[in-house]
Design a protein around this ligand. Structure first.
Ligand code: C2O
Ligand code: CU
Ligand code: CU
Length: 468
């Protein structure tokens, strides 16, 4: 069923840096948002070159024919107005990942809205309450639609942003391409992927191309906004050639921390301040143990002089964990998948053996003994309640747990881990780990809580919190 991938140069799992050439970056994408008050996103089929020399363009599903889709850029406090037109052959929706949205703008099909049918459109009006690095992506059969390229960056600026000379957004993705350089469609829905680590790609892109090269003023201060659009792979991005300071994760400020390697699970974001003290800054993807080129920033004297002083970075403090006295704890026992201990689970009211669930319904994972779906309620929570999702990852796989409509503090059982730093919206849980995700249920509506390894979400690892 799973197509055997032949090991070509595009296989970044097995091949090192040698021989991969840089493509130049579409600077329009980096530079600016559209200068209009409302945006139009058209989801459609487009063939583009994903940065592999000499190969045919890849038929993708994209917003406005670009990968990533256009940068949507507004200020904190603005309303984001976007008309989405569906020119795909299938229904779609758009989700504004990490935004504390109003519920009916959250883009979850058959939960917060009807899917946008082919030929139809939908107007999203999204309030932007926080600044930072966010993204948008398709949420109908996301495991296929995101893998085909339906995603883009959403950047929200504010007066208290640290001053920088350059502000670059880098969207990182791994694609699974076949021998012809086309999206490997035969393996969509592969039970093997769904029960293991999800759909892992074999071709790495940053902003839709391979190993892009950006230019910056010598001595400049650079803000890098890294966004993972991968279906399932957990990236590790190494920053070489300059000291990097992590200033925000999942859009929200954290305590500044010097880092050399940043782990990015699917849907996570990391904002870094990097000072261009040398000739270049080199980004490599190192999760496989073999460094793979991801991108670089080259000092270019023709751009003129850097203006920003390299003073210590001053940030607002992350909000403190509230007093936990009246907290309601919701246990979430995650089971299932390959090499797991789940033998049966309840699906649509019936208890079924895992084999039947897998064969007939493609359900492979469960929360608290129930195979999840967008119509399964995990808990009903009164508005304003302080909540802890008390999660035990009792599976053999890591999971990137994402809550819609809210941001949470993270308390882990790892004594070496720091006290909560900043608020998060997606948290990577290693196999066998536990975590308490603490949040105030202050946003009324039906909100998904799911694994952002998109195959896992489709296969049962997602349910709804009914708030208010
Ligand atoms: Cu970014 Cu429900 O997902
Ligand atoms: Cu989300
Ligand atoms: Cu998962």
């Amino acid at each position: 069923m799973v197509k055997k991938l032949n090991m070509q140069r595009r296989d970044f799992l097995t091949l090192a840096a040698a021989g991969v050439t840089a493509a130049s970056l579409d600077t329009n994408f980096i530079r600016q948002a559209m200068a209009t008050d409302s945006y139009a996103l058209q989801a459609g089929e487009t063939a583009i070159n994903l940065g592999e020399n000499g190969s045919n363009p890849t038929n993708c599903w994209l917003y406005n024919g670009a990968c990533p889709g256009p940068m949507l850029r507004r200020r904190r406090g603005d309303m984001l107005n976007v008309t989405v037109t569906n020119d795909l052959p299938v229904p779609t929706t758009v989700h504004w990942h990490g935004i504390r949205n109003v519920n009916d703008m959250d883009g979850v099909p058959n939960l917060t809205q009807a899917p946008i049918e082919p030929g139809e459109n939908f107007v999203y009006q999204v309030p932007l309450r926080e600044s930072g690095t966010y993204w948008y992506h398709a949420h109908n059969m996301g495991w296929e639609q995101v893998a085909r390229g339906l995603y883009g960056p959403l950047i929200i600026d504010a007066d208290d942003d640290p001053a920088v000379d350059h502000d670059f957004t880098l969207m990182i993705d791994d694609w699974r391409l076949d021998q012809d350089g086309q999206i490997d469609a035969a393996s969509f829905g592969s039970l093997h992927d769904w029960s293991h680590g999800g759909r892992l790609g074999n071709w790495l892109t940053v902003n839709g191309t391979s190993n892009p090269s950006l230019s910056a003023k010598p001595g400049s201060r650079v803000r890098l906004r890294l966004i993972s659009a991968a279906n399932a792979r957990v990236f590790k991005i190494k920053i070489g050639g300059a000291a990097a300071t992590l200033i925000a994760q999942d859009g929200a400020v954290c305590r500044p921390e010097n880092i050399e390697v940043i782990t990015l699970a699917p849907a996570q974001r990391a904002d870094l301040i990097v000072d261009m003290d040398g000739d270049s800054i080199i980004l490599q993807e190192v999760s496989t143990g073999t460094p793979f080129p991801a991108g670089r920033i080259i000092a270019d004297p023709q751009l003129g002089d850097a203006k920003i002083e390299k003073t210590p970075i001053q940030l607002a403090l992350p909000p403190r964990l509230p007093d936990l006295q009246n907290i309601r704890t919701i246990p979430v026992h995650m089971q299932g998948g390959a090499m797991g201990n789940l033998t049966e689970a309840v699906f649509e009211g019936n208890s079924l053996p895992l084999g039947t669930l897998a064969r007939e319904y493609k359900k492979l994972w469960a929360f608290n003994g129930i195979a999840g779906s967008y119509s399964e309620i995990l808990a009903e929570i009164p508005l304003g309640q302080l909540v802890a999702l008390d999660i035990y990852n009792d599976t053999a796989w890591p999971h990137a747990m994402h809550l819609h409509g809210h941001h949470f503090w993270v308390m882990t059982d790892d004594p070496t881990a720091d006290a909560p730093s900043g608020l998060r919206d997606t948290w990577l849980m290693p196999a066998g780990s536990r975590a308490r995700l603490v949040f105030v249920a202050d946003n009324p509506g039906l909100w998904l809580f799911h694994c952002h390894m998109l195959e896992h979400a489709a296969a049962g690892m997602g349910m709804v919190l009914a708030i208010g």
